[in-house]
Design a binder for this molecule. Structure first.
Ligand code: URA
Length: 435
């Protein structure tokens, strides 16, 4: 088989056969296919799409491209969650400890930053000493001991996605429904959990810009999961402005911990509670949303989720100062503030633009192999609809140099639109729940 012919076939909008898809996936994971041809194929998929059957075959082939985790030794019904990617989305760090604290085991395989969005693994690596590459036995042992473990695609876990993900990140091929669906679902299948909660993001900060696209992506992923006997719930949530206030790795870790202590922003807290409640339902801990939700709220109030996060960080070698306001995470060298130039209401805060500003500060990668700076990022102090007065601090920039900080300051001033009246309507945080 010739990869060039397959690229041309997809470029011309034709459906690929199982053998061709398997050839691509094997070629990617074995390292035989060059990055330029894989990227060209991804771009052809971006423009031409894939049928539901092609997407399913790609997912299965990617899931089988390496080791799959055997969770049969895990006691209880193992659950997992995955977000399709949004700006300021640190829900995993809040949700996993809460679910584990209820006694439901969580086997979580996460990714790195993608495009203008951050990734859980980069966030976890801002914690000194935190190990994201556990051996299989260590992973299972930790889940049985403390009910949760978080790992990256290290070793031989879904190698095809690991390579394709890194290429998509830097070649403008992230926003493709079949590529997103296969990337997420291959990891979920390889990680083995029986119950999966998806957080499908919509809006400027997400890869699906509108509801129609988000529903199509949901349908693709839910169908794949169901065919493979997984219990699936999808929560469609808006990310037209960042989730919470923090954008950037260690800033997001701080905000997630604050949230587990009951001091988090309302939107992050609400979405995390909803995600955790559905995971508890899939883990058969509760039958109804109301009781699951009430339990999660109480777990936050009582600090049970916070205590569980301490167990997880400790178990994976992380070192934090739990008493300090910044939990001992290293601060950036430079901090700049942005102040409001007038009185008025914040409007149309653009999560995509803010994600890009954070990425350019060094919180994300521009090309493969870029080293990210965990300390840099943004604090969005006021969000849509809020009334501000002239001179009020509206954002804080954490930068590694004066030049990058000043550049971000200028860009941020352009992102903030302040008007005499608030916008008449706004999107709800949670748009729909597909069970
Ligand atoms: N998360 C993933 O793991 N893959 C994608 O393509 C998007 C979000």
């Amino acid at each position: 088989m010739n990869f060039k012919d397959i690229i041309i076939k997809k470029r011309d909008g034709l459906e690929l056969r199982q053998k061709e898809i398997e050839f691509i996936v094997q070629g990617i994971s074995s390292g035989i296919l060059p990055a330029y041809q894989i990227s060209a194929w991804a771009m052809a998929v971006y423009f031409q799409g894939m049928s539901a059957l092609e997407t399913e075959l790609l997912t299965k082939s990617m899931a089988a491209s390496g080791q799959t985790l055997d969770l049969s030794r895990v006691e209880g019904i193992c659950v997992d969650k995955h977000s399709t990617g949004g700006v300021g989305d640190k829900t995993t760090l809040v949700v996993i400890p809460l679910v584990a604290a209820a006694g439901v085991p969580v086997a979580k395989m996460s990714g790195r930053g993608l495009g203008h969005t951050g990734g859980t693994i980069d966030k976890l690596e801002s914690i000194p000493g935190f190990k994201v590459d556990l051996e299989h036995d260590e992973f299972i042992g930790q889940i049985n001991r403390i009910k949760a473990a978080l790992i990256s695609q290290s070793g031989n876990l879904v190698p095809a996605d690991k390579i394709l993900y890194a290429l998509r990140d830097v070649t403008g091929t992230v926003e493709s429904r079949p590529l997103i669906a296969s990337s997420i679902m291959s990891k979920k299948i390889a990680a083995g959990a029986q119950g999966i909660v998806l957080d499908v993001k919509i809006g400027s900060g997400a890869f699906m810009k509108n509801k129609d696209e988000a529903y199509q992506l949901t349908e693709l992923m839910v169908q794949i999961g169901k065919k493979l006997n997984r219990e699936m719930v999808a929560i469609l949530s808006y990310n037209d402005q960042p989730l919470g206030r923090a954008v950037g790795n260690s800033l997001e870790v701080i905000e997630a911990i604050d949230t587990l202590k009951g001091k988090g922003p309302a939107d992050l807290t609400e979405l995390s509670i909803t995600l955790a409640a559905y995971m508890l339902i899939l883990g058969h801990k509760f039958a109804h949303f109301a009781e699951a939700e009430a339990w999660v709220r109480e777990a936050i109030e009582l600090g049970i989720g916070f205590a569980k996060l301490q167990d997880i960080v400790w178990a994976q070698g992380g070192r934090l100062n739990w008493e300090a306001d910044d939990y001992g995470l290293a601060p950036a060298d430079w901090v700049f503030t942005v102040t409001s130039e007038r009185d008025g209401y914040i409007r149309n805060l653009d999560a995509y633009a803010l994600g890009n500003i954070a990425m350019n500060l060094g919180a994300g990668r521009q090309k493969i192999g870029d080293i990210i700076d965990h300390r840099v990022g943004l604090e969005i102090l006021v969000k849509n609809h809020q009334l501000v007065t002239k001179g009020q601090d509206i954002a804080r920039i954490h930068a590694s140099s004066e030049t990058s900080g000043l550049q971000a300051q200028k860009l941020l001033r352009d992102v903030y639109m302040i008007t005499d009246f608030p916008a008449a309507t706004s999107n709800p945080l949670i748009w729909d729940i597909v069970t």
